[in-house]
Design a protein around this ligand. Structure first.
Ligand SMILES: *Cc1c(COP(=O)(O)O)cnc(C)c1O
Length: 371
């Protein structure tokens, strides 16, 4: 992995926006303990950068998809609780126990294989039992199997701690609540009166924001909302109570005045006007900007300027409103003067969800914490 620190292209992560989003989410949900999902390079915002800023901003624990992400956080010196949301192969149980990680478990067989791997380890492995109430992904679907697993992890002779239990909603961020309620009813059928561990967490961002009065929210697992993206994309709540966290900016690296009808970029799909000023930016589709971003207006000198021609792998061109010098700041996502481009604006231009656009932002992009 190479991070490009020598080109003037960077992602700025706003510390104050994160702190704001954490406190708003805490207030609305009533959460006492908040895991921030930092899987997939923190939704593209940058794993280490986000983890540090989020802990400073008031988050209590972190949730990752895979063991490697958890180990990267431990190596970066993060001591907060870390939950691995996906299933880790049982041969890594010992590594998880030694690094004080919480492992998500979906069946008894896994526990028995993991117990074997943990035989000569002093540390017990912290277990998070997954309950599948209708996501259809991972987790126990039968009450008896879940009860058996609980008995097994609670047994003092097994190398486990019954630390946590969770379920995940497939549709907590919709105006139609039917499926959410179906899943919540399944949760009660599957778990009521079974022994509960210290951490019981059902809510993702959508459930924490829109359903806090219907389910336990002492512990929540939030992602989207802390990154400043409204989970329902404006259909349940307006998004102005959140602050955008991510700015993507670059600088003009090359500027030229064009003759009439000159072609721009691969496929020569754009032709210039006489005297048109074309600026080249050191960022392209290999940085994770969708190629369909063509035509999107970036911000420069307090004005809007469209991306012209096809994005190239590492560079792209914009049509400048006037002659501007090399080094002028160009904001692709973020605010300049009276204008603002949000991740949602980019997402709408390319017909994707904002978190899909964000997770595409590549590791090559330099990430820094600002304000
Ligand atoms: C990603 C993830 C979350 C966070 O979801 P958001 O909708 O971004 O808040 C919570 N729980 C699980 C199991 C996840 O995979």
């Amino acid at each position: 992995m190479v991070v490009a620190i020598t080109r003037p292209t960077r992602i700025k992560i706003s510390q104050s926006a994160i702190t704001h989003n954490v406190s708003v989410t805490r207030k609305i949900s009533g959460a006492k303990f908040m895991f921030l999902a930092v899987k997939a390079n923190a939704y593209g915002f940058g794993l280490q950068t986000m983890a540090q800023a989020a802990i400073k901003g008031g988050v209590d624990g972190l949730a990752v998809a895979v063991l490697d992400e958890a180990l990267a956080l431990r190596q970066a010196g993060i001591t907060a609780p870390i939950l691995i949301l996906g299933i880790t192969l049982p041969q890594y149980a010992k590594i998880m126990a030694e690094n004080d990680l919480i492992a998500t478990v979906s069946d008894l067989d896994w526990l028995k294989l993991a117990a074997h791997n943990l035989e000569h380890t002093a540390n017990k492995l912290q277990v998070n039992l997954g309950v599948d109430t209708g996501m259809g992904r991972i987790g126990f679907r039968k009450r008896e199997a879940l009860a058996q697993a609980i008995t097994y992890v609670q047994d003092a002779k097994t190398p486990f701690n019954y630390q946590s239990i969770m379920t995940h909603f497939a549709e907590a961020d919709s105006v139609n609540n039917d499926y959410f309620h179906e899943q919540l009813a399944n949760w009660h059928t599957l778990t009521d009166r079974l022994p509960m561990p210290p951490m019981v967490h059902l809510a993702n961002s959508g459930a924490a924001l829109y359903h806090a009065d219907e389910l336990p929210t002492d512990y929540i697992r939030a992602g989207t909302v802390i990154y400043g993206m409204e989970p329902s994309r404006g259909t349940v709540l307006a998004d102005d109570y959140l602050r955008p966290v991510l700015t993507l900016e670059t600088e003009l690296i090359y500027v030229k005045k064009m003759p009439a009808n000159a072609a721009i970029s691969y496929g020569h799909t754009y032709h210039t006007q006489e005297g048109e000023w074309i600026g080249t930016l050191p960022i392209g589709y290999a940085d994770g900007l969708p190629r369909s971003l063509k035509g999107f207006e970036v911000l420069i000198n307090g004005q809007r300027a469209p991306i012209v021609g096809n994005l190239a792998m590492d560079q792209m061109m914009i049509s400048l409103p006037e002659e501007l010098p090399v080094g002028t700041v160009v904001t692709i996502i973020g605010q300049q003067g009276q204008y603002e481009n949000t991740l949602e604006d980019v997402a709408q231009h390319v017909a994707l969800a904002p978190w899909v656009v964000a997770t595409g932002l590549q590791e090559r992009l330099l990430r820094v914490i600002a304000d």
